[in-house]
Design a protein around this ligand. Structure first.
Ligand SMILES: O=C(CO)[C@H](O)[C@H](O)COP(=O)(O)O
Length: 231
């Protein structure tokens, strides 16, 4: 498949992040097309100078398969005490380095890996870097047993919910057997308020508002500049 300009930018951000991985560390690896470039870059570096990573934890079967194909051993989150660095993609990142994640449906494990990491670096192309969180529906993972109640409540709250569907038009099912309801609030005026509300809804397993989690974002710009923003 031909690489788009956006893919090229994703790859540039991924390259930069791969250079930041310390030898002998415990690494978290996220999910998505940008992370797929990161895994390839990491493998390249590892072939050139063995990184001897103590452990790698990842957030999806897709990333796991790619890592294993590249010869890395992958551990479960429960098998490591703490992750030194996690590199992940994002769907949107704002000026405060808060973000929306979960476009690939892996938000629950992504958040669990992220909060157990000393440092989180996100890699994005410039289209995802925004002044405030907008332009991407907010994923919410919900238990099937109470999803209809959750859906109705979100509707009543004016959060414009829609079930995420898979390629066959059926409800998308997450790694943990749950559904995803995407909330079409655009822009999200008060991310903290919405996160607090979603955290309180029974039946919500996790949501894609990642607030105060990202430490650094690597943004690849179309003029070739790689920008690093730190919290
Ligand atoms: O949160 C995610 C998956 O749940 C991804 O990190 C996010 O969707 C970005 O994906 P991509 O790099 O393919 O644009």
């Amino acid at each position: 498949m031909q690489k788009t300009k956006q893919d090229e930018l994703k790859q540039e951000a991924a390259k930069k992040a791969a250079l930041m991985v310390e030898p002998n560390s415990v690494l978290g690896v996220g999910t998505g097309s940008t992370v797929a470039f990161f895994i390839d870059e990491l493998a390249k570096i590892n072939r050139e100078k063995a990184l001897n990573l103590k452990a790698i934890v990842t957030t999806s079967n897709r990333s796991r398969a790619q890592l294993e194909k590249q010869g890395f051993k992958v551990n479960e989150l429960s098998e490591v005490d703490q992750i030194d660095l996690t590199v992940d993609g994002a769907d949107r990142v704002d000026l405060n380095l808060n973000g929306i994640k979960g476009g690939g449906g892996a938000l629950t494990l992504e958040k669990n890996v992220a909060v157990n990491s000393k440092k989180n670096i996100w890699i994005v192309d410039e289209t995802k870097f925004v002044d405030r969180l907008k332009g991407f529906a907010l994923p919410v993972e919900v238990l099937p047993i109470s999803c209809e109640q959750n859906f109705r409540t979100f509707s009543q709250e004016g959060l414009l919910p829609k079930y995420r569907l898979d390629d066959n038009g059926k409800r998308y099912i997450t790694h943990y057997g749950n559904f995803i309801i995407d909330l079409h609030v655009d822009p999200i005026p008060f991310p903290n308020v919405l996160a607090h509300y979603l955290d309180s809804v029974v039946g919500v397993v996790e949501h894609g508002l990642f607030l105060n989690i990202c430490n650094e974002v690597i943004i690849a710009h179309s003029d070739g500049k790689i920008e690093i923003r730190k919290r």
